[in-house]
Design a protein around this ligand. Structure first.
Ligand code: BES
Ligand code: ZN
Length: 394
């Protein structure tokens, strides 16, 4: 049985359970390199693979490690505990590169920002989300190679920049890609205290319809004008409230998702290459169509971080107060998979279960009218994303 070590250490110290003698940990190599000199005794490498190392520590040393990670790296996790060396080794080799991205605990998920979150959540407006969905749907297509696809990204950039015009510290930029004309969009609110730790909310800006994508009508109202409009609503609210987060917050509109997650792959891989610290990523792709009767928000459990997904569940219970559950895409179905593949913790709260998906996506009929005619469902996701940004970045 695998255990998340931060929680385990806490349980032993708070509840006073009898601690086991030793534990085999799988520790992220970068974390290990930084903390090795700070530990009481030098730890021996037992096995190394997938950017992580298996070490054996006593419970006391595990607690020391946990404290050092907190104090030195200002984060939780970066390692996991196992009951045997074999289990640790198997975990590393089986789960491959995405092992830590899915299983490690990357942040302190305590909810303590209610005074800031509650008034902001109350400001979410269905009408302004609906308006942005309609504006984006008016572009003939947002296909990544089309002229209107290029224009639609510039429109998103301009819309976000206008919402931030009173803030000289906030940047809104196009992120240009080498191999196709449509740019991604990145808005940055620099952190006031922990600027190198980044919280990201993103969604794809492109659309597609038909087998060859091209020039045909592709309104992409649900997929994914709704995600971009949801993010735009969060931006509107954080800017209207002059929000200055402790951690850096970035909002992203990704180009070329519909043709293989290309835009987000470029960005996530660059972040990884530059060693950027991303504390959490939320992907908003399709928030408009309420397809499942008994579940409002459905978290995709594959290609996502388990602990962060649980955190989202708590945010929904406390701030959105709607029903939620889990489903699976079964494949890397959106940009969260690019972040997971790059080793970062990502979640994808989705509009329905996989079994109840909107049948109109990727056709000329992906319109607001065919997804219920209003943006009430998207408003729930705007509340969740607002809570995510404030709780994780502060
Ligand atoms: N929004 C969809 C993903 C999606 C569709 C998730 C239905 C859940 C249910 C996304 O824009 C998309 O179409 N993704 C591609 C995969 C990508 C790797 C090209 C897909 O699902 O075919
Ligand atoms: Zn799609």
């Amino acid at each position: 049985m695998k255990k998340l070590i931060a929680l385990t250490a806490l349980a032993y110290s708070v509840v006073g359970l009898a601690a086991p003698k030793a534990q085999w940990l799988t520790v992220d190599n970068e974390v290990l390199a930084k903390i090795r000199p700070k530990l009481n005794k030098s730890v021996q490498t037992l096995y190394s693979a997938q950017g992580a190392t298996v070490v054996q520590l006593s419970q006391a040393e595990v607690e020391q490690l946990s404290a050092v990670i907190h104090d030195e790296l200002h984060r939780c996790g970066g390692f996991m505990a196992h009951d045997s060396f074999e289990e640790a080794q198997t975990a590393l080799s089986q789960q491959g590169e995405m092992y830590f991205a899915k299983q490690a605990v990357f942040a302190d998920y305590e909810l303590n920002q209610a005074k800031t979150v509650e008034p902001m959540v109350a400001q979410v407006q269905e009408a302004s989300i609906r308006d942005m969905i309609l504006k984006l749907s008016e572009f003939n297509t947002r296909y990544y190679k089309s002229e209107t696809g290029v224009k639609s990204s510039e429109y998103i950039r301009d819309t976000w920049a206008a919402l931030a015009k009173h803030r000289t510290d906030v940047k809104v930029e196009l992120y240009k890609h080498k191999n196709w004309p449509q740019a991604s969009i990145i808005m940055t609110i620099p952190g006031t205290e922990l600027a190198d730790e980044i919280v990201i909310v993103g969604g794809h800006a492109d659309s597609i319809a038909g087998m060859f994508g091209g020039s045909g009508r592709a309104p992409g109202a649900d997929d994914n004008a709704s995600g971009i409009a949801t993010i735009t609503e969060v931006i509107k609210i954080v800017m209207a409230n002059n929000f200055k987060p402790k951690r850096t917050v970035q909002f992203m509109g990704y180009a070329a998702e519909e043709v293989g997650l290309l835009g987000s792959k470029d960005i996530a891989n660059q972040f990884k290459a530059e060693g950027k610290k991303v504390v959490g990523v939320m992907q908003l792709d399709m928030t408009l169509n309420k397809g499942t009767a008994d579940k409002d928000i459905v978290m995709m459990s594959d290609f996502t971080n388990a602990a962060q997904n649980e955190f989202l569940g708590k945010l929904i219970d406390q701030y959105v107060k709607v029903s939620w559950g889990y489903s699976r895409c079964g494949y890397g179905c959106s940009d969260h998979a690019s972040w997971t593949a790059a080793g970062y913790p990502a979640s994808m709260p989705f509009e329905s279960t996989m079994g109840d998906i909107n049948k109109h996506i990727h056709t000329k009929n992906d319109t607001l009218q065919n997804a219920g005619g209003d943006a009430k469902h998207s408003a729930k996701f705007a509340k969740l994303a607002t809570a995510f940004v404030v709780e994780l970045a502060n």
